[in-house]
Structures are given as C-alpha cells and as structure tokens.
Ligand binder design. Sequence first.
Ligand code: MN
Length: 228
Amino acid sequence: MSYVIPPAAQASVAVDGTSDRFPVRRIFCVGRNYAEHIREMGNDERDPPFYFTKPADAVVETGTQIPYPVATTDLHHEVELVLAIGAGGANIAPEAALGHIWGAAVGIDFTRRDLQAQAKAAGRPWDMAKGFDRSAPIGAILPLEQAGPLKNGAISMLVNGETRQTGDLSQMIWPVAECVAHLSTLVTLAPGDLIMTGTPAGVSAVGRGDLLEARIDGLPVLTLQIAA
Ligand code: MN
C-alpha cells in the first residue's frame, strides 16, 4: 500500500524541558467558560458549555512569528488553559477526569471576530472564525504531575507589555474535570486531543507588529509576534 499523495506531517506541541513532542489529534474548544467574558459578549452565563473545533495543524509554536491572518480586520486574542489528553474515553466521570490528562499548557484561541459576528448574525457555523490557519498558538506542555490540579492560578494576556486580560482558573464555570467529563459525553476523547477551556474577560484586537505574552501561573509562558 502507498498513499496517492504524501501524508501530512503529524502536528505536535513542545513538551517543557525536553526535546519530546506531544502529537496533536484534535483541538476542542469550550465556547463560554468565564462569567465576565460571557457578559462582555452579551450572553447568558447560565447556558451550559458548547464546543467548537480547530484543525490539529492550526497549532503554532511558542516563540515564533506569524503573519496577520487573511480575511479579517478584527483579530482577537483569547488566552486559555489547554488540556492535553493522554488517555481517551467516553462518559468519563469528573472524579476520574484528571487521570485522562497528560499535561497542560497556555494557549491562544485566535478569533476572526468580524467573521464570528457575521456567522452569529446569520446562524451559521463558526469554523472560519475560529479554525483558520495558525489560529491555535500553544505553549510548551507541562506534565500534569508538575502542573498540579489546575483548580486555581492567575491567567493573563499581555500585548506589547500591556495587560489586556486577567482572571483566575478558579473562575471557570466548568472547571477542568467538568470540561473533560462533559465533552466526553459528546465525543469519545482520544490520546492527543487538546481541550482549550475558554477565556476570561478582556478580549481585544491585535495588529501587525504586536508582541503577545500569554501567562498562567505555574505553566510555561507563551510568546508570539504578529509580523509587521
Ligand atoms: Mn475561546
């Protein structure tokens, strides 16, 4: 057997402190998970979470430069805790969820906010607002035994040294274990899946030449530059 075209390279994310890589299978994102961000977007914080996805090869390495994305004039940053699934499963109990997580990282859920607003108004899917090329910068993954239970810790986003987003993991409406458990009732999670767990308040636009720094206490910093 041979492939009729060359198969794509395996998308992967750095593992902190080693040359090892975490192979990425799918990227699931929680739509709304911090009350203040839900309010700033004009939505009802009592709604249950919902999900969208990004392609695995949308991942971008920390410390790199990316071009400003095409087809938008309103690119927004959303700093998020990213869970790296090491053991798959369906209908995972919240009490068992941490055992399915291999590690954690800081990520940015880049959003073409103008395309998202058009999609929302027309009742259309968010794919082109969320799942575009290089839309998922992910910092180095820290193994869970070093990252801890991820129940609290400051989360922030700086643009050119100015703080834009601040929050705390303790403000997540659906904490880490609940996210894994709930998502696993909708799809069978698999090793290599990443879960972006939602963003705190303060999302805003970034432009050409901007230097982004995404931080969560205890996890490797994610830095990224938008090309001039
Ligand atoms: Mn998001």
